[in-house]
Design a protein around this ligand. Structure first.
Ligand SMILES: [Cu+2]
Length: 221
């Protein structure tokens, strides 16, 4: 439901699972917020100052406190179990990759490294461009993500993908895009003066268009 209201259009295979968790947490918060607010307003009216009414000192109610703490803890633990498999599939393992990139964040650009004509990363013919990432549709893309200077966050809202880029660490990221198009890659971690202008673009295209892009890019080097 939220996707149609204000989420960016989802083009990721794991997007629906993220959205489902997000909505679940959203509605729990809405219900709790409404209950607390309504109770507060009722109490404000019911126990307002009136002539002749003396204020009372209340020490608390251990039983009530125990109940609301236990309910909150139960909700938290349930959420942890419900989300466990989603996070494991997205953050820990995931399908084997078909297309590979290195992405290096730096103030204030994304350096996208393509494997070059030999198809292998870490060789002399690798090609690095700034902020332009092209991937084929319906293929598993794997990224080794790192940073040159400070912590950044690689964020593709349409993919429901957000991952910190940390200097000195290589973090593995994967996604599979399901619809051709161009999507924004903002930095989601305040990283310095140019943070708000740190924006890349992800172009998801058909296999043929992707091959053509690679050919043009490689031949331009
Ligand atoms: Cu940044």
């Amino acid at each position: 439901m939220l996707e149609h209201l204000w989420f960016p259009h989802d083009v990721s295979t794991f997007g629906p699972r993220i959205d489902w968790l997000f909505e679940l947490i959203f509605w729990i918060v809405v219900i709790v917020w409404a209950a607390v607010t309504i109770t507060m307003v009722i109490f404000m009216i019911r126990y307002r100052a009136r002539p002749g009414r003396k204020a009372e000192y209340i020490e608390g109610n251990p039983r009530l406190e125990l109940i609301w703490t236990a309910i909150t803890a139960a909700i938290m633990v349930t959420l942890a179990f419900l989300s466990r498999s989603t996070w494991a599939d997205i953050k820990e393992h995931g399908p084997p990759g078909q297309v590979f990139f290195n992405v290096t964040a730096k103030q204030f650009n994304w350096e996208i490294t393509y494997p070059g004509p030999d198809g292998k990363l870490g060789t002399k013919d690798d090609v690095t461009v700034e902020n332009e990432m092209h991937v084929p549709v319906n293929q598993v893309v794997r990224i080794d993500l790192t940073s040159k200077d400070v912590i950044h966050s690689f964020f593709v809202p349409n993919l429901r993908l957000k991952q910190d880029a940390v200097p000195g660490r290589i973090i593995h990221v994967w996604f599979e895009a399901t619809e051709p198009g161009t999507y924004e890659i903002p930095c989601a971690e305040l990283c310095g003066f140019g943070h708000s202008g740190m924006l890349g673009h992800l172009t998801v295209q058909s296999e043929a268009d992707y091959e053509k892009y690679l050919k043009d890019t490689y031949s331009g080097q």
